[in-house]
Ligand binder design. Structure first.
Ligand SMILES: [Zn+2]
Length: 239
């Protein structure tokens, strides 16, 4: 086993290549009646250019997607953005459907270093996720923001959302998991507040996206849910 594979499987046991993951999502939700025609994909991933191949792969299968997130992958669109997203769900043929995908991300380099990526055209690795790394650094330096800075809106809001200054995260991996948990809560609170499932089928898939060297991506799957017209949230068994 390579140093990379060992780091990947130790840190995120059960991670699968992202194309394999998306194939699983597809076969699983097609069994629930999802088709491209009646589905709007809503995607909550970081704005980092490393995530764009995954975003493109989602759109390849499900069509144009609405972007929910800013830095760190946690939804940053606000009430107005949610209202817009939910108003775009196909409805010309009965119930529409939303496929919500939420993934904070992290890099693992070939030497097993966690939290960095050597990007094309660069000579030294840089942080992945840069926003979460910066928050982690500020937490350990004791320089976390105490309020939202409108000139640094996404990062300061994210720091306030994710970190209790009295209990700083012990590692970037822990902070990434905290981002995943926050993201999943925020997705469901928006979906439930708008009762989206009343008129549309809802499925939510969350985990962590891991970038290996040279553009290879993995997904560490954590949760998959489906809610139909009765509003009851059920775990989806992956096929
Ligand atoms: Zn990022």
């Amino acid at each position: 086993m390579s140093i990379f594979d060992k780091a990947l499987q130790t840190t995120f046991p059960g991670a699968v290549p992202s194309d394999e993951y998306l194939a699983t999502v597809r076969t699983t939700i097609e069994d629930l009646g999802y088709t491209r025609e009646r589905t709007l994909p809503l995607v909550s991933i970081c704005r980092d250019e490393l995530t764009t191949d995954f975003f493109a792969a989602i759109q390849e299968i499900w069509g144009p997607a609405f972007t929910l997130a800013g830095l760190g992958g946690v939804p940053a669109l606000g009430r107005t953005g949610w209202d817009a997203a939910f108003s775009h769900i196909p409805n010309d043929n009965g119930r529409g459907a939303v496929l919500v995908l939420g993934f904070p991300h992290i890099g693992i380099e070939d030497d097993g270093a966690i939290g960095v990526t050597l990007r094309p055209g660069q000579t030294t690795p840089t942080s992945t996720c840069g926003a979460l790394s910066s928050i982690q650094q500020r937490a350990s330096d004791g320089t976390l923001p105490t309020e939202v800075d409108v000139e640094d809106y996404e990062a300061t809001k994210l720091a306030l959302r994710l970190v209790d200054p009295d209990k700083p995260p012990s590692s970037l991996v822990d902070l990434t998991i905290a981002a995943l948990e926050a993201l999943e809560l925020d997705l469901w609170s928006a979906l439930d507040a708008a009762r989206v499932w009343h008129d549309h089928d809802v499925t939510v898939w969350c985990g962590v996206q891991i970038h290996g060297h040279g553009g290879r991506d993995w997904i560490w799957p954590r949760d998959a849910w489906f809610t139909g017209g009765d509003g009851e949230r059920r775990r989806v068994r992956h096929s």
